[in-house]
Design a protein around this ligand. Structure first.
Ligand code: BG6
Length: 492
């Protein structure tokens, strides 16, 4: 790949933790043919100091590497004021020079790893100060959050689109870089045994859990304005719902896949006003214990209001009112300071019409297909089979596939794949504006109903799986959350 990558926010956390190590991995796999990186940030640094910090971030993520000097020789630094045109003019000159030195064919990627309030102004400056006047491609990679609600997202989109076309905008949702999230489509559309069953005739409900043990860490200021709804549901959870629910695309092209996802968003049942609390549950963590360590309640975290009404947990029942999914609840739950760090999807199939067999002490288990997104990556199919030596006793057996077990190595980091996709011009695993807009419209109705302070906050102890109401949400439909701890992949 041939590209000049300009990282805005190059001294920030994301650049250090994710972007530099991912670029290094691409480099060491010979996926970067001709490339240079200009790190852009406010503070003043020399090239040497910047290269040193890139080395340190690669070392701390991946250990010591032989070819680090060669890798960082492609990195340059430019101190920059995002609000000042003259800064962009110097950046343009510098970029043109690097472009010539490395023969980068005028290809440019602008990666905005910055606070979101700068996204719009930077995009406008890139155009007005001539950085987007290139002979090759120009692409804008933009981190979340993409707006704070539908209105602000529209405004941001307007600013960005005045400088870049939709095809040039790569809105990151890092869940779409995860190996097993990408695998959802393959599992569905490459297996004759699943696709015929993938509908409301055979599936009783789908459960998506993304739980974290971490609290808000140092991000209290941001999190107070976002909460779990905007931080996790609007993007990552909704993307997983769309991938699970979409129709098979005609072809595996970006446009076809995106348009099928958009059709799912269009079919989401509108839930608003009083109804919201029948479909969604909010939670906020109180103090508790995680891994034997006592942790404080959310309201005692740094930069968090002592009376905060922000939800750190959300569970919900999402209905997709189309022919395939009418009547099948998609339950989602996500939260901070929960009992386990785990992202899993459970597809629960309907019970067979009549049970002939019994397990010794209970009814037959329903068939489950579990997609393990993280930390383990794999698939498990839960079946019933004859108990060895028994007569009419059945027992649950699990067929497991674990990615790590097969390849004996971790799959590439999400950011590595997303960066590579962007360089190749493949926007399939980035979110299209229409997806963003529909998803905000859905979430805005929930947050509007949640303006009212929640008198019972905090309502779940750190180290638990969320408030009681999240369990009741399923119980009233006759279901329960499959405990994530019982669903581990057996192979590791
Ligand atoms: C981010 C959220 O988008 O996703 C964080 O802003 C959250 O609050 C993170 O911790 C979770 O990502 P992962 O990959 O650890 O599940």
């Amino acid at each position: 790949m041939t590209s000049l990558i300009m990282i805005f926010g190059a001294t920030g956390d994301l650049a250090k933790r994710k972007l530099f190590p991912s670029l290094y991995r691409l480099f060491s796999r010979n996926r970067l043919e001709k490339f240079a990186v200009i790190g852009v940030a406010r503070r003043s640094l020399t090239n040497d100091e910047f290269q040193q910090s890139v080395k340190e971030s690669v070392r701390s993520a991946l250990g010591n590497k032989d070819n680090l000097d060669e890798f960082v020789s492609h990195f340059y630094y430019q101190s920059h004021d995002v609000a000042d045109s003259s800064s962009y003019v110097s950046l343009r000159k510098f970029a043109n020079q690097i472009d010539t030195n490395y023969d980068l064919e005028g290809n440019r990627i602008f990666y905005l790893a910055m606070a979101p309030e700068f996204f719009g102004p930077i995009a406008l400056h890139l155009k007005s100060d001539g950085l987007t006047d290139v002979t090759g491609y120009k692409r804008l990679v933009i981190e979340k959050p993409f707006g704070h609600d539908l209105e602000s997202a529209k405004e941001l989109n307007k600013q960005i689109r005045s400088a870049f076309s939709e095809k040039e905008v790569y809105r990151i949702d890092h869940y779409l870089g995860k190996e097993m999230v990408r695998n959802i489509e393959v599992i569905r559309f490459a297996n004759a045994i699943f696709e015929p069953l993938w509908n409301n005739r055979y599936i009783s409900n789908i459960q998506i859990t993304s739980s974290e043990t971490l609290g808000v860490e140092e991000r209290g200021r941001y999190y107070e304005t976002s909460g779990a709804l905007r931080d996790m549901l609007q993007n990552h959870m909704m993307q997983m719902v769309a991938l699970l629910a979409m129709e098979p695309p005609i072809k595996l092209t970006t446009d076809e896949i995106r348009s099928e996802k958009v059709r799912v968003f269009r079919a989401l049942r509108t839930v608003e006003g009083e109804e919201v609390n029948q479909y969604f549950v909010r939670g906020q963590y109180g103090e508790g214990t995680i891994d034997d360590v006592q942790v404080p309640k959310y309201r005692d975290e740094p930069m968090v209001d002592e009376q905060s009404n922000t939800e750190t947990f959300v569970a919900g029942k999402i209905m997709i009112d189309n022919f395939r999914w009418a009547g099948v609840p998609f339950y989602i739950r996500t939260g901070k300071r929960m009992a386990a760090k785990s992202t899993k999807i459970v597809i629960q199939f309907k019970d067979i019409p009549m049970n002939l067999y019994y397990q010794t002490d209970k009814m037959l288990n329903p068939n489950l297909l579990v997609i393990h997104i993280q930390p383990e990556e794999g698939i498990t199919l839960h079946l019933n089979a004859k108990k060895a030596g028994g007569h009419l006793d059945a027992q649950e057996v699990k067929l497991s596939f674990a990615n790590t077990g097969i390849h004996a190595m971790n799959t590439p980091e999400g950011y590595e794949k997303l960066l590579y996709d962007c360089m190749r011009g493949d926007a399939t695993n980035f979110t299209h504006w229409d997806e963003v807009a529909y998803s905000w419209a859905f979430v805005d109705r929930i947050s509007a109903a949640w303006q009212q302070p929640m008198a019972t906050f905090p309502n779940y102890p750190a180290g638990s799986m969320g408030p009681q109401e999240a369990d009741e949400l399923l119980e009233k439909d006759g279901f329960f959350w499959w405990p994530v701890s019982d669903l581990e992949v057996d192979v590791c």
